[in-house]
Design a protein around this ligand. Structure first.
Ligand SMILES: [Zn+2]
Length: 610
């Protein structure tokens, strides 16, 4: 068995590097300096949260630090890892807390820190961390066998996450207890197929069974089991995903979940934790199953839902995003969301709850990590600007991918070898491009472009993809504009109102303050036609800039009647009152969904008055 993602051989370039640098200058690269639950965490001897928050943060901070080769950030990651390992108990127990409290400690955090140790090992090869992980899992095994620890709540619903560190350990130690622990976890864990019926109707009740983050994590359980236990893969994930999306899907490839599944309305929220966990699940699903549908779905979330819900400077984020989001203002009365508070959609340090504050960091770095894979030769799975260096038949090979994808549709590959070496080079071609060109040669899209040959010296080729902007059907007769992997929306101009304050010992202070976004432009429109003109712009230094998007779609729209959701004057009703052509035509520039902080995404195609 092999670990899914190999040691880092990839370096970000172009917009991907810009994005990671913004991330490092923002919340991700600074959280340990001021946020109490990281700065003073019980994991490192402090008195604050000693459960999921530090592991969540490290899970993204470590790859971010190493991809950017930032010595200061690497040093801070080392400090945390060393502090955790140094506090490990004699018997191997790795988490903070008193020995007598172990029975009540939710071991979800053991799975999570185990996953973080495998990430750290991939970048550093640290023997100390590998041994610490061995001891931690052996301790968990013994305590579970002796019934001193058992699964409940989060651990019960996320049991399969532990297969990631266990898989790593089995690769290195091949001891039977490792497989045995995997079996015990599966026996005590939830069987998700028992809960399918309750995913079909939204409830106004918070339950673990419909908790969107649990379900996004769940999507990879069968793939992990198939690798770990060596069982046949039967694609249960596809069935589960189709049910989730049929009853709760959004226009950007996520499900609603605020924070439990919330049905098909375009004004319900999707939690940021669910977005990054869904991305990670799809990255693993593609790497394990090689079914390109997961990579297709991954692109849609990564290039739309992820950037949309984090500010340009990556200092603030939402707890939940809405597809049609006309304002991000705290509700004065009852929250519109089913199970989230009234501030879950404002941009801030920890709106509603701090899980996303600690978990959002893995989004971009892990996406980059999954961009190339080696199986039968080299495969480029995600067209992200980067360089990939590896050895094939003991010879150095370097691939450089120069691209502005997803803002542009061409990718220049430069393959360099020290000496002649034969291998297969494969590029996954996104399904929306029915045909594509390799240099000047037109080809039909059969999923991949493959070239097996002796590579010698430096060779270049350019792959160009083709699409026309078009409308896609959504529930209630509404439409969404798409072009390539990007979803487009009508941006709404926003006035930002900053809030600096302190609550429960946590300070909000610029740049990690809260913002409410008030709409200052009209949002009641429908499409006049289904024709769009793409406009490529230079943009600014922010890849998914809310001020200067690198691509827009010009189209004509008409004002229509559209009410608010009953009882709320900052939430647009899910459907317009009518779609009849009334006012004058207006030429509008649609923005990529990931660029617009206030937006209308699902809108009707207007019709002539009867
Ligand atoms: Zn969260």
């Amino acid at each position: 068995m092999n670990h899914y993602f190999k040691k880092h051989k990839i370096k970000p370039q172009g917009w991907m590097r810009q994005q990671l640098e913004i991330q490092a200058k923002g919340l991700s690269g600074n959280l340990d300096k001021f946020w109490p639950d990281i700065k003073d965490s019980a994991w490192i001897g402090g008195d604050r949260e000693g459960w999921e928050r530090v592991p969540y943060w490290l899970d993204g901070f470590i790859p971010l630090a190493w991809f950017l080769e930032d010595e200061d950030m690497k040093g801070r990651a080392d400090k945390y890892i060393n502090a955790i390992v140094d506090r490990q108990k004699e018997d191997g127990w790795i988490c903070p807390g008193n020995d007598e409290d172990r029975k009540h400690y939710d071991v979800w955090a053991v799975f999570l820190i185990g996953k973080v140790f495998t990430v750290y090992w991939e970048f550093t090869g640290s023997e100390k961390v590998k041994e610490s992980l061995y001891k931690a899992m052996k301790c968990l095994y013994q305590m579970m066998v002796e019934d001193k620890v058992s699964l409940f709540e989060w651990g019960k619903f996320r049991w399969f996450e532990c297969l990631i560190p266990l898989h790593f350990l089995y690769d290195h130690y091949q001891e039977d207890w490792i497989l045995e622990l995997g079996k015990i976890l599966r026996e005590q864990g939830i069987k998700f197929t028992d809960y399918i019926e309750c995913w079909k109707r939204p409830m106004n009740k918070w339950v673990l069974e419909t908790h969107a983050v649990n379900l996004m994590m769940m999507l990879k359980y069968e793939a992990l089991c198939s690798k770990f236990f060596g069982e046949p893969y039967e694609n249960v994930a596809e069935k589960l995903w189709n049910i989730l999306i049929e009853y709760n899907g959004t226009a950007v490839g996520t499900t609603t979940g605020d924070e439990c599944l919330a049905g098909l309305k375009n004004n319900q929220g999707t939690e940021l934790c669910a977005v990054v966990e869904q991305m990670y699940s799809f990255e693993l699903l593609y790497h394990i199953t090689k079914d390109s549908i997961w990579a297709e779905r991954l692109e849609k979330i990564a290039f739309n839902a992820l950037p949309a819900t984090i500010s340009d400077d990556m200092w603030t984020h939402q707890y939940v995003q809405q597809v049609n989001q006309i304002a991000c203002i705290g509700f004065p009365g009852k929250s519109y969301f089913r199970t989230n508070g009234s501030e879950a959609h404002i941009f801030g340090l920890e709106p509603h709850f701090g899980c996303c504050t600690s978990n959002l960091h893995q989004g971009w770095p892990k996406l980059l990590w999954s961009a190339f894979m080696e199986d039968d030769g080299i495969e480029c799975t995600m067209m992200l600007p980067s360089t990939y260096e590896t050895k094939i038949s003991d010879k150095n090979v370097k691939v450089t991918l120069v691209t502005e994808y997803p803002f542009r549709h061409s990718c220049k590959y430069i393959v360099e070898t020290e000496e002649p070496v034969e291998f297969q080079f494969k590029v996954r071609i996104p399904a929306w491009s029915k045909q594509y060109k390799v240099d000047e040669e037109m080809k039909d899209n059969e999923g991949y472009w493959v070239l097996k040959q002796v590579w010698d010296g430096k060779q270049e080729f350019t792959i160009t993809l083709f699409d026309e902007p078009h409308l896609v059907d959504r529930p209630s007769g509404l439409k969404v504009a798409e072009y390539g992997p990007l979803v487009f929306c009508l941006p709404i101009e926003a006035e930002y109102k900053m809030h600096e304050y302190e609550r429960d010992g946590v300070e909000r202070k610029f740049p990690y303050c809260d913002y409410e976004l008030f709409p200052t432009s009209e949002w009641r429109f429908g499409y006049n036609s289904d024709t769009f003109s793409p406009c490529e712009n230079e943009g600014d230094e922010i890849p998914f800039s809310s001020k200067q998007p690198r691509i827009t779609l010009q189209t004509q729209m008409r004002p229509i009647e559209w009410e608010y959701e009953d009882g709320y004057d900052s939430v647009a009703a899910a459907c317009p009152t009518g779609a009849e052509r009334e006012g004058d035509l207006v030429t509008m520039a649609l923005y990529p969904y990931g660029c617009a902080k206030l937006r209308m995404t699902e809108m009707p195609l207007t019709i002539n008055k009867k």
